[in-house]
Design a protein around this ligand. Structure first.
Ligand SMILES: [Zn+2]
Ligand SMILES: [Zn+2]
Length: 333
């Protein structure tokens, strides 16, 4: 079978490997759709594990089940989480699933014709897709779950003003979810196409990130969500957050950068600064509900569908970021 192997953003090779055979407790799934995530193209984040098969936003159909597996059968439509927390350690007990200290198995990368799902993930990380969610739509479950988590931890609620900085795929999902929850949403980006997408997807107002964002803002934001690693956005975030509000680092500047916090000014204004990373099982459940109910629609975000052979082109599209929003690889086609 074919897989895509990523060496760096400009060296992605299609390679032939033997089709895996499911061992005890495992299932073999045929990948139908796999999204390219913004984090897949962040080299400082991915290179330490390269070469690797990318892809963690997967919709698949079960192809084979090992004899001891009772819960699934060939033909079942599934989404599989990239990893599952243990649920037992002190982090899991406190709801900090993304930092579980007992994660051993990870889902193999989805840019492949087939993947063998490890037993732990068959048992705790595989979700049947509701009929209302297509394979392409299912690639949004994981990214939307991360957005659900960020807005829950930031206590986003109806009537608030939410400022989303950076309107790539995850920024647009932040906008859609906040709008669906009855927030007033303002979005910033440096590119006009992305600002137009933000306006079409629920932002009441958009501001060119190259301009004085705080100066153009009418009042301040209850929650500022950083969906870009740009240092200028961090500076703007500090100036745009309201007293009692929160700044969420959903994306971060690279590891060589450090951020200066105006902590004295924030101290007396009770401003919270938080980071959110990845998602947990309750966030995935919520994302599936939101997509199945149509509360968050995603079809308008899919700009490109490509066969596995064209993964390299897909990465170029995501890196360029101008004409693409969501790029989906369909290895079955
Ligand atoms: Zn992702
Ligand atoms: Zn744990």
């Amino acid at each position: 079978m074919k897989i895509a192997r990523w060496y760096n953003n400009h060296d992605i090779r299609i390679e032939q490997v033997p089709r895996p055979v499911p061992g005890p407790g495992e299932i073999l799934v045929k990948v139908q759709s796999c999204g390219i995530c913004g984090s897949d193209v962040v080299e400082w984040y991915r290179l330490p594990r390269a070469p690797l098969v990318p892809g963690h936003e997967i919709g698949a159909v079960v192809a084979e089940v090992e004899a001891s597996v009772a819960d699934y059968r060939p033909g079942d439509r599934v989404f599989i989480a990239p990893k599952v927390p243990c649920g037992q350690c002190e982090y899991c007990q406190k709801g900090h699933f993304p930092v579980c200290s007992n994660v051993k198995e990870r889902l193999p990368g989805g840019m492949a014709e087939y993947i063998c799902v490890p037993q732990t993930l068959v048992e705790k990380g595989t979700y049947r897709l509701p009929d209302a969610i297509s394979y392409d739509q299912s690639t949004f479950i994981e990214p939307l779950a991360c957005v659900v988590r960020a807005q829950r931890l930031a206590e986003v609620g109806a009537g608030q003003t939410v400022l989303v900085m950076g309107c790539g795929m995850s920024g647009l999902l932040q906008i859609k979810l906040a709008a669906a929850r009855g927030c007033r949403v303002i979005a910033t980006d440096i590119t006009a196409q992305r600002r137009a997408a933000a306006a079409a997807m629920g932002a009441q107002e958009t501001i060119d990130a190259a301009e004085d964002v705080a100066g153009q803002l009418d009042g301040r934001a209850d929650v500022v969500v950083l969906c870009t690693g740009a240092m200028t956005a961090v500076e703007q975030a500090w100036r745009c957050v309201d007293s009692g509000g929160a700044v969420v680092f959903f994306a971060v500047p690279g590891p060589d950068k450090s951020v200066t916090v105006p902590i004295n000014a924030f101290w007396t204004r009770e401003i919270r600064i938080l980071t959110t990373y990845y998602c947990g099982p309750p966030d995935i459940d919520e994302a599936i509900r939101l997509l199945a109910a149509g509360t968050v629609s995603v079809d308008d975000m899919i700009t490109h569908r490509l066969p596995l052979e064209d993964v390299a082109q897909g990465f170029e599209l995501v890196l360029d970021g101008k004409e693409s929003i969501k790029v989906i690889i369909n290895p079955g086609k």
